[in-house]
Design a protein around this ligand. Structure first.
Ligand code: MN
Length: 417
């Protein structure tokens, strides 16, 4: 029985010492006594007991008796495992006593408006990590959270404040380069400010007392990871989840990735369930938008120019999102109107591969005038807003003509069986 071998505190101490110092070549009783902090007489007695159990071997080397484990003993594998687990735990404990980084006891972490997963994930990881070194930080999101960030908090809830009355002396600014992004929040001059960011240094950088700014980093999270680990802070499953979510989001689901990201991902991956991270970050469509998409589909007028599908449609809301959805699902170009009593908004999207052929911004500039408003945008995404909705047919014909010339073909109603 294991109890016969490990029966007392001193025996455990002696076994541990033997494991640490005599595992391979053996050691002497005197050295075991010293290493286990056990009196020589007690060590001598315990070794006697181990001998009786045949758990250790004694070999004479000159005048010395060399003690080592009897590896053939049937309990040896069991005790060996117990002792190595213990040893690893000891190591983790000593290694992860976090360094004290700041003399302050409280701090504030502030993030940009509509805080995205990198901002909020980095903030929570930092707050949780600092907590291990006795620095308590509140997280302040002056302009609220993005919908993805809100979903991350469904997995691991964390209090985020959107109003603050009194600033502590120590303020961290994360993932933010300019004061305009702080939604009007003013950090008092007497605060010590530390900026951690991966954007190009902006106005905040020149105002900060300390800066960790690295525009070559793909996310603020990798800077936070480096900071936490270099301070000896233990990366818990929760910290890993938030850092991973931040990295996944800011690398566009691992599309833009470098060696540094890979190294950190490699170290985080055993601590997180990547499916959970992806699920939290996946886009969830709101009910009203789903209804708008459906309505958009039901009122489509579809045309073709050669093998391209062009659709016109009408909705009561979400016109740009509906147009975007249409080009990711079945259309090459989608033009979606939202007509009010004294207003009209038209949104158009083309698939990216068409950008060498069409320039929607060009035609929508003109359309803006036709509807007594403004228009413009980019080659594959443009819109116009106006107050006159009486020219809708003229506008549609104009778009059709333009697309015929841009795509070099006749526009025909789409026929399908
Ligand atoms: Mn970021």
């Amino acid at each position: 029985m294991v109890e016969n071998i490990i029966g007392s505190k001193s025996k455990i101490a002696v076994l541990k010492a033997l494991f640490r110092h005599g595992k391979d070549k053996g050691t002497t009783i005197r050295k075991l006594a010293l290493a286990s902090d056990t009196p020589y007489s007690v060590t001598y007695r315990d070794i006697g007991h181990f001998m009786e159990e045949d758990f250790i071997k004694i070999k004479k080397k000159g005048t010395n008796k060399i003690i080592s484990f009897n590896e053939d003993h049937r309990l040896y594998p069991k005790i060996y495992t117990l002792l190595s687990l213990e040893e690893n735990n000891d190591e983790i404990e000593t290694e992860t006593k976090p360094k004290k980084m700041f003399k302050h006891k409280t701090g504030l972490i502030i993030v940009h408006h509509n805080a995205d997963p990198d901002a909020i994930g980095s903030a929570i990881a930092l707050a949780r990590g600092f907590n291990q070194s006795n620095l308590k930080c509140e997280i302040f999101a002056p302009g609220g959270l993005s919908s993805q960030s809100k979903r991350l908090l469904e997995k691991y809830p964390y209090p985020i404040t959107e109003k603050i009355t009194k600033y502590p002396k120590l303020v961290f600014i994360l993932d933010t380069s300019s004061p305009e992004q702080l939604n009007g929040a003013r950090i008092p001059d007497e605060c010590k400010t530390i900026i951690i960011d991966h954007h190009r240094p902006g106005k905040l950088a020149s105002m900060a007392d300390m800066k960790i700014i690295d525009p070559s980093a793909h996310s603020t999270a990798v800077l936070v990871y480096d900071m936490l680990t270099s301070a000896g802070i233990q990366i818990t499953a929760e910290i890993a989840f938030f850092l991973m979510a931040a990295i996944v989001a800011d690398t566009g689901f691992f599309r833009l990735i470098d060696k540094r990201d890979l190294n950190i991902i490699n170290r985080l991956i055993d601590l997180v369930n990547l499916d959970d991270v992806f699920a939290s970050l996946s886009t969830r469509v709101e009910y009203d938008e789903k209804v708008a998409r459906l309505k958009g589909m039901q009122s489509t007028e579809a045309y073709t120019i050669k093998d391209k599908i062009i659709v016109f449609s009408e909705v009561d809301s979400f016109e740009s999102k509906v147009a975007k959805h249409m080009i990711t699902s079945f259309a090459d170009i989608a033009i979606v109107e939202n007509v009010g009593k004294n207003s009209i908004r038209i949104s158009a999207r083309a698939r990216k591969y068409l950008e060498d052929y069409v320039d929607l911004s060009l035609i929508f500039k003109g359309i803006g005038k036709d509807i007594k408003g403004n228009g413009g945008g980019h080659r594959t995404a443009a819109s116009a807003n106006g107050s006159d909705n009486s020219n809708r047919e003229i506008v549609k014909e104009k778009i059709k003509k333009y697309l015929e010339s841009a795509l070099n073909g006749r526009i025909k109603p789409l026929k399908h069986n």
